[in-house]
Design a protein around this ligand. Sequence first.
Ligand SMILES: CC(C)(COP(=O)(O)OP(=O)(O)OC[C@H]1O[C@@H](n2cnc3c(N)ncnc32)[C@H](O)[C@@H]1OP(=O)(O)O)[C@@H](O)C(=O)NCCC(=O)NCCS
Length: 158
Amino acid sequence: MISVKPIPRELTYDIRHAVLREGLPRESCYWDTDTLPGAFHLGGWLEGRQAGVATFQPEADPDEPDVPAYRLRGMAVLPDARGCGVGALMLLSGEDRVRQTGITRLWCDARIGAVGFYRKHGWESVGEAYDIPTAGLHCRMKKKLAAAGCRAGEGDTV
Ligand SMILES: CC(C)(COP(=O)(O)OP(=O)(O)OC[C@H]1O[C@@H](n2cnc3c(N)ncnc32)[C@H](O)[C@@H]1OP(=O)(O)O)[C@@H](O)C(=O)NCCC(=O)NCCS
């Protein structure tokens, strides 16, 4: 069974470190923005084991600085748990939670290898790919959410 629930930021660090900051100091997983008012962290569980993390933080899209938006950061699923739906359930749950705030704009800087995952869920890439020295090629991606109430909510468990 897969489930997703909000978690404290401390429960994001192990998986962030293993998947997104491997070989870097653990402190590289502590982000100042983790405690922004309105920021939330989701954990994904697969068969009783925490297998994924994702963080959603209020932050305007640099292309539209005056429009309220959420930024998705730190989306990661442990290698041996991929392909089971954990990432998708965290993404859909996070989108629903953002929608409930009344904000309908989401963006992220996606690793190039994850672009297909986001596209599958209605995100669009914008602009050219660019390199982040510690993390490789990335692509800006965005999604406009339907306003709250316009769509049946996704559950947090499958
Ligand atoms: C990207 C990532 C979060 C996806 O998590 P996951 O749990 O494996 O994804 P899911 O099993 O929920 O996949 C959902 C769907 O997306 C597809 N998908 C998953 N990863 C994909 C990828 N990299 N490219 C294209 N499609 C992908 C799956 O095939 C599945 O399709 P289906 O619904 O037709 O079966 C995970 O692979 C990961 O942590 N990757 C390494 C870190 C990373 O790149 N994070 C993103 C940073 S921006």
